[in-house]
Design a protein around this ligand. Structure first.
Ligand code: IMP
Length: 179
């Protein structure tokens, strides 16, 4: 069923069940890859909160979680390219294995910035898991981006942590804008 959020209409795109199934697969890969390590999952708020929670729920190795904030959309439907905050991360990541849990990679600007900032703190390694990737929108080559749950067209989506005007984050599935 289509839904309305503020002034825009959205249609169902990726179901909650499909999201959970892909997250289980990605977690299984991470459990194997980090079997002898204690990684720190790093998430960018607010968008990552559901993905992070569901992903770490399936981890059966010791792991930590940490959150930071960066934003380039400011309520609209296109990326503004300006990152509004410097990186605030209250955990020492030197010599630690970092797994970034990213909600969506659009132009890649946010992720590229985050990876660069984290590298300055000398982690042992960085891997990125993204729930969604828009391959037609990405403008950066980010070699750390090794796990992607879904590749989607260059369309605006909401739900499962992602917002339009701060609304829609609570939806269980992903919806796309009807244009
Ligand atoms: P990027 O820096 O252009 O890759 O944009 C990344 C950020 O923009 C994401 O972390 C989201 O907060 C936001 N964003 C990008 N595409 C969408 C979308 O389709 N819906 C909602 N937010 C989006």
């Amino acid at each position: 069923m289509n839904i309305k959020i503020a002034d825009l209409e959205f249609e169902p795109f990726i179901s909650g069940e499909a999201i959970q199934a892909r997250i289980k697969e990605i977690a299984a890969e991470l459990n194997a890859d980090y079997a002898d390590k204690t990684p720190i999952f790093v998430g960018v708020l607010n968008g990552c909160f559901m993905f992070m929670a569901d992903l770490v729920r399936h981890m059966n190795i010791p792991c930590e979680v940490a959150f930071t904030r960066l934003s380039s959309y400011h309520g609209g439907v296109t990326s503004s390219r300006k990152i509004s905050h410097d990186l605030e991360l209250l955990v020492d990541i030197a010599n630690r294995h970092i797994i970034i849990a990213e909600d969506i990679v659009d132009t890649g600007n946010t992720l590229d910035y985050l990876v660069d900032k984290l590298k300055e703190r000398n982690p042992a390694s960085i891997t990125v898991c993204a729930l969604l990737l828009k391959p037609d929108a990405i403008e950066y080559s980010i070699e750390e981006l090794t796990h992607v749950a879904f590749q989607i067209p260059n369309e605006f989506v909401v739900g499962y942590g992602l917002d339009y005007m701060e609304l829609g984050r609570n939806l269980e599935g992903i919806y796309r804008r009807v244009v």
